[in-house]
Design a protein around this ligand. Structure first.
Ligand code: CP
Length: 307
């Protein structure tokens, strides 16, 4: 059974196929409005979400399908101690496809190993968030028209930021991509990502704490939130949370074609004064996420022989 747990589960060609489908949905939404008629998406969210859960739900409704699910662990039998494996087997009796978010790294992989329907990882702890990466890729493609020859600045919490880990994996497969990793010392990209992805593939990267110095070189600036929920110690969170705040002033030396991205939610990382800048793309990412999730649901249901 084909699932999406890690963005590398899909080839570059398959990612392009999803982007092409998403662009076609944007151009001809009516052609897709009944594709999933009679099918059910189960959204199993053991962790809070606004965009991912509701865009999955909107995606399934816009494909003519239905949605069941829960939005917090306490309203499911996980609160009584039920395992992820048993939950996945149970939901397979009710739905055609699962989107699961879980605070534990690897939980969606366990679900996929036990479900008899496709499972989509909607974010697992500080590990991966492949459907955010689908939203990011469509945004980059629509804004830049390419994935190669890009200098990508990733700024903020690169240690726990699952969106960053998935995006690095995805962009590492294209030609002449260079990363500038901008973070406080304590929130640097994990060694395993640097070793297994960047160094292994000979992808150029530099690490810095200085956002303004890095700014002029960037084609893309991907801001991230310092995530309170991943910290063991409140003092460390409070010390680090406002490490980077993007303001119009800090964009003075940025390229006029810069694409400013953020997976959202934001707390303080981007001043609202930046929202009116034509280079701000983060609310476009939100909308693109729905179209890519529509394309993804269709792909996995087709491969499972359910549509
Ligand atoms: N980007 C993202 O995953 O947002 P939510 O946590 O609101 O789903």
């Amino acid at each position: 059974m084909r699932s999406l747990i890690n963005i590398l589960d899909f080839s570059v060609e398959e990612l392009q196929e999803l982007i092409d489908t998403a662009n076609d949905i944007i151009a001809r939404p009516e052609a897709y409005s009944q594709v999933c008629r009679g099918k059910k998406l189960a959204t199993l969210f053991f962790e809070p979400s606004t965009r991912t859960r509701l865009s999955f739900e909107a995606a399934m409704y816009e494909l003519g399908g239905n949605v069941i699910g829960f939005s917090e662990a306490n309203s499911s039998s996980a609160a009584k101690g039920e395992s992820v494996a048993d939950t996945a087997k149970t939901i397979s009796c009710y739905a055609d496809i699962i989107a699961m978010r879980h605070p534990k790294e690897g939980a969606p992989l366990v679900a996929a190993a036990n479900a008899s329907i496709p499972v989509i990882n909607a974010g697992d702890g500080g590990h991966n968030h492949p459907t955010q990466t689908l939203a990011d890729l469509l945004t980059i493609y629509r804004e830049k028209g390419r994935f190669s020859d890009l200098t990508v600045g990733l700024c903020g919490d690169l240690k726990f930021g699952r969106t960053v880990h998935s995006l690095i994996n995805a962009l590492s497969r294209y030609e002449n991509v260079r990363f500038v990793l901008i973070s406080p010392e304590e929130l640097k990209l994990p060694s395993y990502v640097k070793k297994d992805v960047l160094r292994r593939q000979g992808i150029p990267y530099e690490q810095t704490t200085d956002l303004e110095k890095a700014m002029p070189d960037l084609d893309i600036l991907y801001m991230t939130r310092v995530q309170r929920e991943r910290f063991f110690n409140e003092e460390d969170y409070l010390r680090l949370k406002d490490s980077y705040i993007l303001t119009p002033e800090k964009l003075k030396n940025a390229s006029k074609d810069l694409c400013i991205m953020h997976p959202l939610p934001r707390v303080n990382e981007i001043s609202v004064a930046v929202d009116d800048d034509p280079r701000a793309c983060y609310f476009k990412q939100v909308l693109n996420g729905k179209y890519m999730r529509m394309a993804l649901i269709m792909k996995l249901l087709k491969e499972a022989g359910r549509i």
